[in-house]
Design a protein around this ligand. Structure first.
Ligand SMILES: Cc1ncc(COP(=O)(O)O)c(C=O)c1O
Length: 387
């Protein structure tokens, strides 16, 4: 066998593995939107959106014009208004890092408050930024306990605070209540504060369910949050990790004046950024439009409802943490199911996430596997109250 034949073999093996894995992808929020053929020619071009989205590089191989349109679309959707600012990141975690970096720049002495259900990237970023953190307990739904937050804030009178609100926790898609967080800050007398919304997966479907962006409780406005981040490879189906961060205004001078700024790169976490990610996300939102994206979210919700019904019908408890949730949580399935259908298992709870790529047919196969694996059990656990 020649070297090139061996190489081809490896690629065929890889493709087969991916097709097999795709067929059982329900346990993680990514999905593979078929790559648009219109965009294939651009894979042969370097696309480097180096630096600030509002400043074009001196070279031509970038998609910053499309990135600006994408940011404007999302800033409007999340209620940020005409001063909204943002950029395409390498993923949700970079969005969190940007939000917390900005917060620490504005409030250098502030502690970071995040819920016990926050994504692990939050504590990693806090460590990198050397932020003192306070973990706030969660309620039964997995959302931040705002009464506990107020109590913890009162323990540091006169101090400033950064709050990381999780809009859709990783396990159950529980949503921290931003109006209640703001009330806790007010009641505790915290006047200097910054709120970043980590809305990696649920931010978009929730925003799309609202017809009034300016009233979105976790929107980027003066009654909501200061910045917000999403992933591009979750609800939007990009086949590679990426994301977008949106803030209420351009970066503060302290960040903008950082040394080494070429094409405004001093005010971002990275320097070279993926122009392909901006192109793909821009194309997706332009092709579907607001109504198409809304239909995509509604489809995911319908499939999630179907999954709850079918799991309960075989005697396996299942629930969603709120009526818009695309995530269906349930007691962790038996090992025979987990081997075939990979999904997280945390403290006896697992989930499936009904991204737009998860079809009713896939749900039927998953539920059939659950039924087959549990048929011999006398009784499936029903540990969680029905919502
Ligand atoms: C709530 C939440 N935040 C942040 C992240 C990290 O996002 P990414 O994997 O895009 O960096 C995730 C990933 O699952 C998440 O669920």
């Amino acid at each position: 066998m020649t070297e090139s034949a061996r190489l081809l073999d490896r690629l065929l093996d890889l493709e087969q593995r991916l097709r097999h894995a795709e067929d059982r992808k329900v346990g993680f929020p990514g999905w593979s939107n078929p790559f648009p053929p219109e965009l294939l020619p651009f894979l042969s071009h370097e696309l480097n959106n180096y630096g600030d989205v509002h400043q074009d590089p001196v070279f031509g191989w970038h998609t910053k014009d499309l990135e600006r349109e994408l940011v404007t679309f999302l800033a409007t959707l999340f209620g940020a208004g005409p001063d909204g600012w943002g950029y395409v990141t390498s993923g949700g975690a970079e969005g969190v890092m940007y939000g917390l970096w900005r917060a620490r720049t504005l409030l250098p002495k502030a502690r970071l408050y995040h819920s016990a259900s926050a994504h692990p990237s939050v504590t990693r970023v806090a460590g990198l930024l050397q932020l003192e953190t306070v973990t706030v307990p969660v309620t039964g739904s997995g959302a931040m306990d705002h009464v506990a937050l107020e109590h913890l804030l009162r323990l540091a009178p006169g101090a400033s605070a950064i709050v990381l609100a999780t809009i859709g926790t990783t396990l159950t898609e529980a949503v921290d209540d931003v109006p209640h967080i703001r009330r806790a800050l007010d009641r505790a007398g915290v006047t200097d504060h910054y709120i970043h919304a980590d809305a990696a997966f649920a931010g978009l479907p929730l925003a799309l369910a609202s017809r009034t962006p300016a009233a979105l409780p976790f929107g980027v406005h003066d009654r909501g949050v200061d910045s917000l981040s999403i992933s591009g490879h979750k609800f939007l189906g990009a086949p590679f990790p990426c994301g977008v961060v949106i803030s209420s205004s351009a970066p503060p001078d302290e960040i903008e004046n950082l040394a080494g700024s070429l094409c405004g790169a001093g005010d971002l976490v990275g320097s070279s950024r993926s122009g392909h990610a901006a192109l793909l996300l821009w194309f997706h939102i332009r092709r579907l439009g607001l109504e198409g994206l809304r239909a995509q979210a509604a489809y995911g919700r319908d499939v999630a409802q179907l999954a709850v019904r079918h799991l309960r019908a075989i005697g396996w408890d299942a629930w969603r943490s709120h009526p818009q949730a695309l995530t269906v949580a349930f007691p962790t399935p038996p090992p025979a199911v987990l081997e075939q259908w990979p999904m997280p298992a945390v403290g006896g709870t697992s989930h499936i996430v009904c991204t737009p790529g998860v079809t009713p047919e896939r749900i039927h196969r998953f539920v059939a596997a659950m039924a087959a694996a549990t048929r011999t059990r006398e009784e499936a656990p029903c540990s969680h109250p029905a919502p």
